[in-house]
Design a protein around this ligand. Structure first.
Ligand code: SF4
Length: 362
């Protein structure tokens, strides 16, 4: 039976075990629940890049920061389908469609995303979307289109969240996650380490994820990629052993979940990645771009898999493929929704500094 009443202290105790004891324990849990030589491979397509009104302190796509991100509007369905076909030829089982939106708005752009989901699902690939906040009706429409997973990260502990983002609250994240859970879409939710948080915050984030019922089917663990122009540009890279500790602890408290190595993988050596796989990571993002930050090339990943004897997980191995309902047969109509979000009153000093920098540059 999976434990779901974790306290931060209990998780901290695991995180703080002697390193070799920790990875021995996590590797044991991993082997009880998964094939240790199989890794799921996803590819990320940024279907709409930049210009986001939110203020996530780590994100180069926030319109208020001055970064080198090349902004583009929503991609045509055919282009997304072609990119997905190339990914499939490279042995990738899941495509994650990311749009830099604060929330989904009913209208032509959401209809276009629904068409993308239908077309890529018909290629026999798992489709994940990360589109920001969404309502129950929007989640149901994505489910009908065949969506396999929805990504909505909680980013950090509830306490540290407001240090990084002020334009919405932790509860807003949980509300969208609740809407996903009213469908059969699987949940992908994780966070980022290296944003200046304490170890307690890392464990607090894992506590929130591990106490969800059911636990998320996938949990991405990101190491911050400090991008120039964002408020977190000066944060130091995460130490490899801290990163492995985070992966191992996630594996222990989330035994059945796919633990995904996400942003920050370019900072890891092949040996470091092998250690992460041993500790319980069993999913990666492949391709040379992860939304807007660098990621190892697909050929490097193939070579690492060969060296380690790892095989890619086939699509729909963990959960069945959804039936695609065509638009004209849909049970749900657009309700003209544009989900509201809270705007806590507090300000963030680092974000204010970035705004000042932007003004100075004008
Ligand atoms: S992380 Fe997402 S919501 Fe936050 S600024 Fe970036 S694109 Fe917007």
């Amino acid at each position: 039976m999976i434990k779901q009443n974790w306290t931060t202290e209990e998780i901290l105790e695991i995180y703080s075990l002697p390193f070799l004891d920790l990875i021995y324990k996590s590797a044991t849990v991993h082997r009880e629940h998964h094939d240790a030589n199989k890794v799921q491979v996803s590819s990320l397509i940024s279907v709409k890049t930049g210009g986001c009104p939110e203020d996530c302190g780590y994100c180069p796509q926030a319109a208020r920061y001055h970064t080198e991100v090349k902004i583009h509007g929503l991609l045509p369905v055919d282009e997304v389908k072609n990119q997905a076909m190339t990914a499939k030829e490279n042995g990738i089982s899941r495509v994650c469609l990311g749009a830099a939106w604060r929330n989904v708005k009913d209208g032509p752009e959401f209809e276009q995303v629904l068409d993308m989901v239908r077309e890529v699902t018909k290629l026999d690939m798992e489709v994940c979307c990360t589109l920001g906040m969404l309502t129950e009706n929007q989640a149901k429409r994505l489910e009908e289109a065949g969506l396999y997973a929805y990504n909505h990260n909680i980013d950090s502990s509830e306490e540290y969240y407001k240090e990084v983002i002020s334009t919405r609250a932790f509860e807003d994240r949980l509300e969208t996650i609740g809407n996903i859970r009213k469908t059969s879409i699987t949940l992908c939710s994780g966070g980022i380490i290296g944003m200046g948080e304490r170890v307690e915050d890392r464990c607090g984030m894992l506590k929130t994820l591990a106490n969800m019922t059911p636990q998320p089917e996938s949990v991405p663990i990101n190491a911050l990629v400090a991008v120039e122009g964002t408020p977190l540009e000066k944060e130091k890279p995460v130490d490899i052993f801290e990163f492995v500790r985070m992966v191992a602890t996630a594996r222990i408290v989330l035994p059945k979940t796919q633990v995904r190595l996400s942003a920050g993988r370019t900072g890891l050596s092949q040996e470091g990645q092998a250690l992460c796989f041993f500790a319980g990571a069993n999913s990666i993002f492949a391709g040379d771009k992860l939304l807007t930050t660098p990621n190892p090339e697909i050929n490097e990943d193939k070579s690492l898999f060969n060296k380690l004897g790892i095989v890619p997980q086939a699509p729909f191995e963990k959960h069945a493929k959804r039936k695609v309902v065509e638009k004209e047969d849909s049970q749900y109509v657009p309700l003209g929704e544009n989900p509201k979000w809270t705007r806590p009153e507090h300000t963030i000093e680092r974000n204010e500094a970035a705004k000042q920098k932007a003004k100075d540059l004008k």
